[in-house]
Design a protein around this ligand. Structure first.
Ligand code: MN
Length: 242
């Protein structure tokens, strides 16, 4: 049985119409790992969210806009330019309801940031202006599958067990990062400048969140499929308990 993995999406305004969008690389990576991907449109009524949660065996919170700093009690710095309060609200509700059901979750980039905030943490709104002497984390002109900086994995972590490595080379397309870690979460990967590159839930549910973009690496660097495979394995386990 192939588990169903729900992937969050965003609304993309084009000249004539609004599209429900997400990078196809998420879909491809979930499929490569043995899951059946479905996309979850931005519809934020409680009843629809419960219906989607009835269908899925795991969730992937995808990348995208900055989370509105007002959501964690801050006014924006100048570098925060693109936010979607509607998406923040819908994903926060989806996440909180999924947590109640112990649905396995993978957070990627914005997904990581959203989950940290929804759980009570905060962000650096802009690494370059708020944290001195960091590495580059946002080389927008790089191809998305280029490995760019290293991350060190904490030995006692799900990520370490998944990759069986202390160090990974990853891509990096984020100008924000976790600042205060949410209660019940632990930082499990760091770049050499101390920026948090992954957090994991410390309770019973599988919630692993990374700051890089593994979905853009699974073709050129196939060991990144392992992360999606871990989500699929957890989804199979969750489905048996449903
Ligand atoms: Mn980075």
């Amino acid at each position: 049985m192939k588990p169903i993995i729900g992937i969050t999406t965003f609304c993309e305004d084009k000249p004539k119409k609004t599209y429900s969008s997400v990078s196809y690389n998420y879909i491809k990576s979930v499929h490569l790992a043995g899951g059946t991907p479905i996309t979850i449109p931005l519809i934020k009524t409680e009843e629809d969210i419960q219906n989607y949660l009835d269908i899925v065996d795991a969730l992937l919170f995808s990348g995208g806009e900055d989370v509105n700093p007002l959501a964690y009690g801050e006014n924006p710095v100048r570098e925060v330019k693109h936010t979607s309060p509607e998406r923040d609200e819908y994903e926060t509700l989806l996440y909180k309801e999924a947590l109640k059901r112990n649905i396995p979750i993978l957070g990627i980039c914005r997904g990581t940031q959203l989950i940290n905030i929804a759980s009570g943490g905060t962000l650096y709104q802009d690494i370059n202006s708020q944290v001195p002497n960091t590495l580059g984390h946002c080389p927008f002109e790089n191809p998305v599958h280029n490995l760019y900086h290293t991350v060190n994995l904490e030995a006692d972590s799900k990520l370490f067990n998944i990759f069986e490595a202390k160090e990974l080379k990853v891509n990096s397309f984020h100008h924000q990062a976790v600042n205060k870690i949410a209660p019940n979460f632990k930082a499990t990967a760091f770049s050499s400048d101390g920026i948090i590159e992954a957090i994991e839930y410390q309770g019973d549910s599988f919630i692993v969140c990374v700051q890089w973009h593994p979905e853009d690496l699974t073709i050129h660097h196939p060991h990144f499929v392992k992360l999606f495979k871990a989500l699929v394995d957890e989804a199979i386990r969750y489905n048996k308990l449903k």
